[in-house]
Design a protein around this ligand. Structure first.
Ligand SMILES: Cc1cc2nc3c(=O)[nH]c(=O)nc-3n(C[C@H](O)[C@H](O)[C@H](O)COP(=O)(O)OP(=O)(O)OC[C@H]3O[C@@H](n4cnc5c(N)ncnc54)[C@H](O)[C@@H]3O)c2cc1C
Length: 417
């Protein structure tokens, strides 16, 4: 169990599990560890969009469909509280699912083990072993004892509170880009529709970026949450969890949705380190994926898909490094290249949306009005509407200003990509 491995992946959330899956699938000796006893909970909106292809690679698409509630559209409102719908064009399969992370993360983790990854739970990495400036494994507390787990390379997938990446400069603490989020499960919610996600921006605290959400999980039941920048949270006069009662007591939609609703269990919060584009999150013998590498989108808060895609990119780069027997940061630079191919389009697009669609309540209302006037309304995709608003209404050259290549659009906007 404590023999030297090729790769150790720290953290078995979607990012670590996808890394371990793709490594094991290409025949790499990989050990996946997690500090928790599994299955474990993870505060999240539970939305899993744009991961259908990865679920299919992992052989878990049908199982995810069975346990998840299909997401088929979305609705948004700003400070005027007028609803705008994005039903999207008709699709052969849902663009995503919602179900508790306790359930789906365990399915994803088991897919990595089925592919051949080895597994240790209750194993908390406390330090990265460094020798001659190379990561060479981790020191971890396992069953109450300190152990050394050695490897040629380490993948940090230890989530948004990751401190293991701090000595390597991977930790993002910019209060404008680090968000705080909290979620609770509610039942007896009025006015929601099965499969239709809602995002509401009822107050200036939610600009730029941030909202109250509802992800339906059963009839009149939903994962309800708040997502807000650390800066706006610090500048406001409420604790994170106070936003639920504030929204219920001070807004029309909040009152309708939560007025008669009942919280099941407790409200739980977490940290969301976001990025405007893929950063440098690798060094000699080490790379960071998912939240540990700040892969969350800075407008939507989505990180599940970027995390899994960064895992796929990391596995590809590591398999090549193993082939060359070269784990230097120069050799692992390919991780950045693959990660950019996977994630930069959406990270940059979300950054542009944050700056041009929801920088303030007035601009966001103008966008919602614009979206309601688009041909085919309400059967449009929300991202296509953002792009139309930025390029046609605001005349922004997305390639020049943000490096967003719209030729990638059709591919990136296909369901489940
Ligand atoms: C409130 C909230 C709502 C969100 N809603 C959505 C949403 O609806 N859709 C979406 O796409 N994204 C959402 N996100 C973001 C999403 O939850 C994350 O991007 C996603 O969980 C990232 O996965 P990960 O594997 O990188 O990290 P995690 O899922 O956090 O997994 C990290 C794992 O590492 C383990 N670990 C931590 N430290 C150690 C250690 N030292 N040693 C060993 N193991 C360790 C943990 O136990 C954990 O299992 C939300 C986030 C929050 C906070």
């Amino acid at each position: 169990m404590f023999d030297k491995r090729k790769v150790i992946v720290v953290g078995a959330g979607p990012s670590g599990a996808s890394t371990a899956f793709y490594l094991a699938k290409s025949g790499v000796d990989v050990l996946l560890i997690d500090k928790e006893t599994w299955p474990r909970d993870k505060p999240c909106g539970d939305g899993q969009t744009a991961v259908n292809d990865i679920y299919k690679d992992m052989g878990i698409f049908e199982e995810a469909k069975k346990v998840g509630f299909a997401l088929i559209g979305s609705r948004f409102s700003g400070i005027k509280e007028e609803m705008t719908t994005f039903a999207g064009p008709p699709q052969k399969e849902p663009g995503g699912f919602a179900c508790p992370r306790r359930t789906i993360d365990d399915i994803v983790r088991r897919a990595a083990l089925n592919a051949g990854a080895d597994w240790m739970e209750n194993c908390e990495a406390v330090e990265v072993i460094r020798e001659r400036n190379y990561a060479k494994g981790v020191r971890a507390v396992y069953k109450g004892k300190m152990v050394e787990l050695r490897a040629d390379a380490v993948v940090l997938a230890d989530g948004g509170h990751s401190t293991l990446g701090r000595p390597f400069g991977f930790f993002n603490d910019d209060p404008e880009l680090v968000f705080m989020g909290a979620r609770g499960y509610f039942e007896n919610i009025n006015g929601i529709e099965d499969g239709v996600v809602e995002e509401h921006y009822p107050d200036k605290s939610f600009y730029p970026g941030g909202y109250m959400w509802l992800f339906p999980e059963g009839h009149k039941k939903a994962n309800v949450g708040v997502f807000i920048t650390s800066k706006n949270l610090q500048n406001g006069n409420k604790r994170l969890e106070d936003y639920f009662t504030w929204w219920r007591d001070n807004t029309k939609i909040g009152k309708e949705r939560l007025g008669e609703a009942k919280l099941v269990g407790e409200i739980k919060g977490w940290r969301l380190p976001t990025s405007r584009c893929v950063g440098k999150v690798h060094d000699n013998g080490i790379l960071a994926v998912g939240d540990a590498g700040n892969h969350i989108q800075c407008y939507s808060g989505g990180g599940f898909d970027n995390g899994m895609k960064s895992g796929r990119a990391a596995a590809k780069a590591l398999a090549e490094a193993i082939e060359k027997d070269d784990f230097s940061k120069e050799s692992l630079e390919t991780y950045k290249t693959y990660d950019e191919e996977e994630n930069n389009f959406m990270l940059k697009l979300c950054s542009a949306v944050r700056e041009n669609v929801c920088p303030d309540p007035e601009t966001y209302e103008t966008f919602l009005e614009f979206a309601r006037q688009l041909p085919n309304y309400p059967n449009n995709n929300q991202y296509m509407a953002y792009i139309a608003f930025m390029t046609k209404y605001q005349n922004i050259d997305l390639l020049e200003k943000y490096g967003i290549d719209l030729r990638l659009l059709a591919q990136r906007m296909s369901p489940g990509h």
